[in-house]
Design a protein around this ligand. Structure first.
Ligand code: NAI
Ligand code: MG
Length: 475
């Protein structure tokens, strides 16, 4: 085995302020309350900055700024709005190295992923929706589809800047204005985005960023001046929001949890499938709503596949997220680490067999080794609940019908993967899987042109593509 020399990306490129206010009406403003919160680097537990905790009065101020900006922004010709979005997209590209380092510091994800996956997709989303801004009449929603007004958007910590892009780009392209709340553990790239809005000369109030935790999010989604709510996060909070909004005029899209099946048939190219399984569950430490967290493998090839998979897991490098050689970064928070540990312990207690490669764990920070469970029954918690960590539950099947049955035996329905050489089997499976996305001989592939969203408890509405416009138009 070769050893790898460290190849750390320099953090000098980022300029983190000690303390941040709220971004409202194009200005940095201080919150009315005294509440502040420290955001830490989960790989070292080092404090990166202090951010404001917005209260109801601050949220109200942000919503009013967005409401005031709406008539001007929505009346602007689409081609003019597009110029701003194109400018934002180019600024993101220009500053992508800085934003990738900042994302990695605040989130714990490997720089290889923030640099090669998150940031290119963020820019691509803005470019893509910039292209729609002057073509809304041709999008299939009538000759002159109207925007909704103020969008209140709440996002999670697993893809902070990418979720911001998924939310803000289509909202602005359609002529809405925005108040966005980033997650409490990962506010820094959203705050950097506020500066990008200023750099792009975006009219004041079109984008407002309020930081805080669940209470700030609740104040935002329940504010009477909000016309549209878009949420990505846990099914638990999604339910709360849906209940709170029932009977109001607000339009709602929810992108919630998942427990995706990654299904490998005996005729699949096994080496390729191993790479897809690794990418499916160990990408972003498994903090992925559409992660392939249940491996369903056909019994005839299960032993061979597991042997190859274990060999591959032995080569994954866990450690400093800023090191370009790192495959597995830090778990985003102590809370999330506790949840992963609890579910993994439940897996053992319920009788599944736990395995991890030899994997040194750093002394400081939040870490969890890549983990695989075999002998998993469908009734086990690790087969039913979203772990949101680098933990794979392995089940087997004999026939395609059994694979479909097991794959669909979940309250979720966000994604699935099918590995087979046979096109007919692929299509047969895809038409029976109750999942918003079905990947074929690949996994965790994203593209701004492609709609994303769930069935059942994974939520409703679609983000991305032409479909993603619908949630921001009065149709
Ligand atoms: P969460 O759903 O509590 O947090 C997501 C966002 O919602 C954050 O910005 C949070 O501040 C906000 N929020 C919390 N309570 C709210 C409320 N009552 N009203 C409005 N906004 C509120 O998720 P959390 O606690 O970070 O993670 C718990 C679990 O949820 C994870 O272990 C994972 O299983 C799942 N999750 C799924 C995500 C996905 O992409 N679908 C993303 C994050 C978490
Ligand atoms: Mg929560």
């Amino acid at each position: 085995m070769f050893e790898y020399a460290p190849a750390p990306e320099s953090r000098d490129i980022v300029d983190i302020r000690p303390s941040y206010g709220l971004f409202i009406n194009g200005e940095w403003v201080e919150p009315q309350g005294e509440d502040r919160h420290k955001t830490v680097n989960p790989a070292t537990e080092e404090v990166l900055a202090e951010v404001a905790w917005a209260g109801e009065a601050d949220v109200d101020r942000a919503v009013q700024a967005a409401a005031k900006a709406f008539p001007v922004w929505s009346a602007m010709p689409g081609a003019e709005r597009a110029k701003y979005l194109f400018r934002i997209a180019r600024l993101i590209q220009e500053r992508s190295r800085e934003l990738a380092v900042l994302e990695t510091l605040d989130n714990g994800k490997p720089i290889r992923e923030s640099r090669d996956v998150d940031l290119p997709l963020v820019a691509a989303h803005f470019f893509y929706y910039a292209g729609w801004a002057d073509k809304l009449s041709y999008a299939g929603f009538g000759p002159d589809p109207r925007p909704l007004g103020v969008a209140g958007q709440v996002i999670p910590w697993n893809f902070p800047l990418l979720m911001l892009a998924w939310k803000i780009a289509p909202a602005l392209a359609c002529g809405n204005t925005v108040v966005l709340k980033p997650a409490e553990t990962t506010p820094l790239t959203a705050l950097a985005f506020a500066d990008i809005c200023r750099q792009a000369d975006l009219p004041p109030g079109v984008v407002n960023i309020v930081t805080g935790a669940g209470e700030t999010g609740a104040a935002l989604v329940n504010h009477p001046g909000v016309d549209k709510v878009a949420f990505t996060g846990s099914t638990e909070v999604g339910r709360l929001i849906a209940r709170g909004l029932a009977g109001t005029r607000k339009k709602l899209t929810l992108e919630l949890g998942g427990k995706a099946a990654n299904i490998v048939f005996e005729d699949a190219p096994l080496d390729q499938a191993v790479e897809g399984i690794v990418n499916g569950i160990f990408f972003n430490q498994g903090h992925v709503c559409c992660a392939g967290s249940r491996l369903l493998v056909q019994e005839s090839v299960a032993a061979d596949l597991l042997e190859a998979l274990k060999r591959r897991l032995g080569t994954l490098r866990l450690g400093d997220p800023l090191d370009k050689n790192t495959d597995i970064g830090a778990i985003n928070s102590a809370e999330q680490l506790a949840k992963i540990r609890e579910l993994s312990e439940a897996g053992e207690a319920e009788g599944a067999e736990r395995w991890s490669p030899a994997c040194p764990i750093p002394d400081r920070g939040y870490w969890f080794p890549p983990t695989l469970f075999t002998g998993v029954a469908q009734s086990h918690r690790i087969a039913r609940e979203e772990i949101f960590g680098p933990v794979l539950s392995v089940l087997t099947f004999r026939t395609p019908a059994e694979a479909v049955e097991k794959a669909n035996n979940t309250p979720y329905g966000l994604s699935a993967g099918v590995w087979t050489e046979k096109g007919s089997l692929m299509l047969w499976m895809a038409s029976r899987l109750r999942a918003g996305v079905v990947w074929s001989n690949t996994f965790n592939r994203f593209d701004p042109t492609s709609p994303f969203g769930g069935y059942k408890e994974s939520g409703y509405g679609r983000e991305g593509g032409r479909h993603g416009l619908e949630g921001y138009l009065a149709v």
